[in-house]
Design a protein around this ligand. Structure first.
Ligand code: FAD
Length: 399
């Protein structure tokens, strides 16, 4: 039987970041992952995330950013418009007085960079290809049985195991969810005209289409949210027909668009655990919440969760207090729930407003969006939130 202070289940971006944040605190940490260890490979951009300044600051602190940045594309401009009206809004890094509005990063490169940093910490043990058989909580510890006969006794367990979290289900933490009735189609595409380091998002009647710039000036990653009922038909299209449909949906903003990789599809659901804590078991990131990718904020939110939890654990240790004290864990839950709720509400409102075809509502949103574009103070507020420069940030993510 192995004993440890903290077990983290899941080595995605959130689990690896948390392990790295806890590493200097002289705690014994075990990271259990069902998949393989991240391998050093070239960036393939199969899945990308737009990271904001707050996430960058955290990853710089952890020593992982310099490696992530090598394969990331910084974008200086962002253009958002409605396909159905005159509504449009544009943001620019210089006008916001920031180095970039965000970075499009390869998810696997983020994991690799974090894992490479983690390897130098002897007090963190990463175990891959793990299959959890049971997770049982008592008053004093949590017993995890994995890979059939391995036993692990932990003072605290953190569920960083993504949207289908086994930890959440085992700890009986209730979750609310709502289908957006959309699926996201994801692929790398070639653009006839250069993307000019600009992130673009078009609100179509069926859902938003994002064109996210990659380091090559003629390559973008797309996230095309389409009605669930249309997904099968879109996936079944011959490649040339799909390219035509995509180019038309993009209003030929970058000329002809052509698929470079197979399409992948992701079901889109809002998920929110109404309780993130059950005594010695606590949830972070997608295990606790998932939001529509239209604002590219899911990973950013998860990274702030783990930075907040690590900060509170460190404060407990400095004060000579127990790292499983309920008062502290509840403080984490309250803090991060408030941030997650604001984002979920904003994404719900956005998605509903833009998928509504009522003429009056279309007019209101067009006037509203164009009005915001002409109001610098309001634009600054929106951008500060997107950049991660506002809200109740953990210390390591602050300016
Ligand atoms: C189409 C799309 C586009 C997106 N774009 C953006 C964006 O631009 N910006 C942004 O910030 N966010 C974006 N997101 C959200 C972002 O991808 C997620 O929020 C983020 O990847 C979640 O990280 P995580 O570590 O919580 O979970 P995951 O990345 O899902 O990692 C969970 C880990 O846990 C492991 N695991 C699961 N179950 C077990 C188990 N039982 N035992 C052991 N290990 C287990 C998994 O193998 C995995 O490695 C997007 C999401 C989608 C779907």
């Amino acid at each position: 039987m192995q004993n440890t202070d903290i077990t983290i289940v899941g080595a995605g971006s959130a689990g690896l970041t948390l392990a790295l944040l806890l590493a200097p605190l002289n705690l014994n940490v075990v990271l259990l992952e069902q998949g393989n260890a991240p391998e050093i490979t070239d960036a393939k951009y199969q899945r990308v995330s737009a990271l904001n300044l707050a996430s960058k600051r955290l990853l710089v602190h952890l020593g992982a950013w310099s490696s992530i940045e090598k394969t990331a594309a910084a974008y200086q401009d962002m253009q958002v418009w409605d396909s159905d009206s005159f509504a449009k809004i544009a943001f620019n890094a210089k006008a916001e007085r920031v180095e970039a509005l965000g970075w499009i990063c390869d998810n696997e490169q983020i994991r690799q960079a974090l894992y490479q940093q983690l390897k130098s910490h002897a007090n963190v043990s990463c175990q891959f290809n793990c299959s959890i058989n049971s997770l049982v909580q008592s008053d004093r510890e949590v017993l995890i049985n994995y890979n059939q006969q391995q036993l692990l006794l932990s003072r605290l367990v953190v569920g960083a195991d993504g949207i289908h979290s086994l930890v959440r289900k085992t700890a009986q933490l209730p979750q609310v969810h709502r289908h957006y009735n959309q699926q996201a189609l994801v692929a790398t595409i070639k653009t006839e005209q250069p993307h000019q380091a600009t992130a673009r998002q078009i609100f179509l009647p069926g859902g938003p289409l994002a064109l996210l710039p990659l380091p090559d000036p003629h390559l973008c990653s797309i996230v095309w949210s389409v009605p669930a009922a249309d997904t099968a038909a879109k996936l079944a299209l011959a490649e040339t027909d799909f390219n035509h449909a995509l180019t038309a949906a993009s209003q030929s903003i970058l000329g002809v668009l052509t698929l470079q990789t197979p399409l992948r599809n992701f079901e889109l659901q809002m998920r929110y655990a109404s309780q993130w804590l059950n005594q010695r078991i606590v949830l972070v990131a997608d295990a606790a919440h998932s939001v529509h990718p239209l604002a590219g904020q899911g990973m950013n939110l998860g990274l702030m969760d783990v930075a907040a939890l690590a900060q509170l654990i460190e404060q407990q240790l400095i004060a000579g207090k127990d790292i499983t004290e309920q008062r502290m864990l509840r403080q984490y839950e309250r803090w991060r729930k408030a941030e997650a709720q604001s984002l979920i509400v904003a994404m719900e409102a956005f998605n509903r407003a833009f998928s509504n075809k009522q003429p009056l509502l279309k007019l209101i949103r067009a006037v509203g969006m164009t009005g915001v574009d002409k109001a610098p103070w309001l634009k600054q507020k929106i951008m500060a939130a997107a950049l991660g420069n506002s809200g109740d940030l953990p210390q390591l993510a602050k300016l």
